[in-house]
Design a protein around this ligand. Structure first.
Ligand code: F6P
Length: 341
């Protein structure tokens, strides 16, 4: 078979490991030809693709980013592509498509699949917010980067008796913040799922200092929100791809805490460092397994499905199950994180 593969949406450590795995399994075991589509759905629309062989994927297991490139695409363009999907696939000469991406990509993959294109999805996102899979690759790497940052911030915070506010990725869900916050022993963990009260955060820090502690670390997700009626803070606008933009909560929080506490506070925005670089061992293995199962799904004709991790097994799951809602941090998980503060 000629199988197209594309990576779409924000990049994430482990994408290259999936591509490598697809090439290994497809070419070695099934005799497939793998066609790498450039820049996500944009390459499908513009017929930009190239065959990828064993040689092209040598060394990819450890390489961050994606050799195929990625892009966000406006919804109208996707709608057009869906209507013309048969012709676009014919132009590239592909019999099936493996689409690797987050919630937006999987939603698009479902539209293509409903329109008759044989598509299998592979979920990726550092945010770990895709429903129906226990984990996505990239998340573990992001958590490691964020945890290391918190560890490092502790020593400088203590030297200067400061409050450090570290803003982590997570627009609608706080998985990275919760996990790295707990792993790094942050004193405050603020996630989008649970609006925070700035006064309560300040009281907690004051209490810490009163007990003789010399610093405090607050981990805040970029999408965290103040409780209504407390701090006034507006997140950004909607960008041209229809996504709400975020940014600024960490800086604002540091400023407000400095004013409320009369102590020095510094914001640290970790941003895209959480998405870059080599994937952790866990992410390499998950990405490799997803690639393996995606090729098998194509050969079983399990189109309209995506590879999902449940416990230790990978299940082919209807894409629809993964895109109905985001997997948010449930209340019992915040409660556990509060217990370790
Ligand atoms: O969806 C993953 C993510 O990393 C979010 O956590 C973050 O808000 C967003 O991507 C940033 O994406 P961009 O590449 O558009 O800046």
């Amino acid at each position: 078979m000629r199988i197209g593969v594309l990576t779409s949406g924000g990049d994430c450590p482990g994408l290259n490991a999936v591509i490598r795995s697809v090439v290994h399994r497809g070419t070695d075991v099934h005799g497939d030809e793998i066609i790498g589509i450039e820049d996500g759905f944009l390459g499908l629309i513009e017929s930009r693709a190239r065959p990828i062989s064993h040689d092209d994927v040598t060394g990819l297991l450890t390489l961050g980013g994606t050799i195929l490139g990625s892009a966000r695409v406006q919804r109208e363009k996707i709608r057009w592509a869906v209507e013309n999907s048969a012709e676009l696939a014919a132009r590239l000469g592909i019999d099936a498509l493996i689409a690797i991406g987050g919630e937006g990509t999987l939603t698009a993959a479902k539209l293509f699949s409903d329109a008759g294109l044989p598509v299998v999805g592979v979920p990726k996102t550092i945010d770990n917010d895709i429903d129906a899979t226990d984990a996505t690759f990239g998340f573990d790497t992001a958590v490691h980067v964020a945890t290391e940052a918190i560890d490092r911030l502790k020593t400088t915070a203590e030297s200067h008796q400061r409050v450090m506010v570290v803003e982590l990725m997570g627009r609608h869900t706080g998985w990275i913040t919760l996990t790295a916050g707990m792993a790094g022993g942050a004193h405050g963990i603020l996630v989008p799922e649970k609006p925070f009260d700035i006064e309560a955060v300040a009281r907690m820090i004051e209490d810490r200092f009163r007990r003789g502690k010399k610093f405090a670390i607050i981990a805040v997700a970029e999408g965290a929100q103040p409780l209504p009626g407390t701090l006034r803070f507006e997140h950004g606008e909607v960008d041209r791809f229809g996504h709400q933009t975020f940014g600024g909560i960490g800086t604002r929080l540091a400023l407000e805490l400095e004013n409320l506490l009369g102590k020095e506070a510094r914001p640290v925005i970790l941003g895209h460092t959480q998405r870059g670089g080599t994937p952790t061992a866990l992410d390499r293995v998950l990405a490799t397994r997803f690639g393996w199962h995606a090729v098998e799904a194509v050969h079983q004709g399990a189109f309209g499905h995506f590879t999902a991790l449940r416990h230790t097994e990978i299940h082919l799951t209807p894409i629809a199950d993964g895109v109905v809602r985001l997997k948010t941090v449930p209340p019992d998980r915040w409660i556990e994180s509060e217990a370790v503060l």
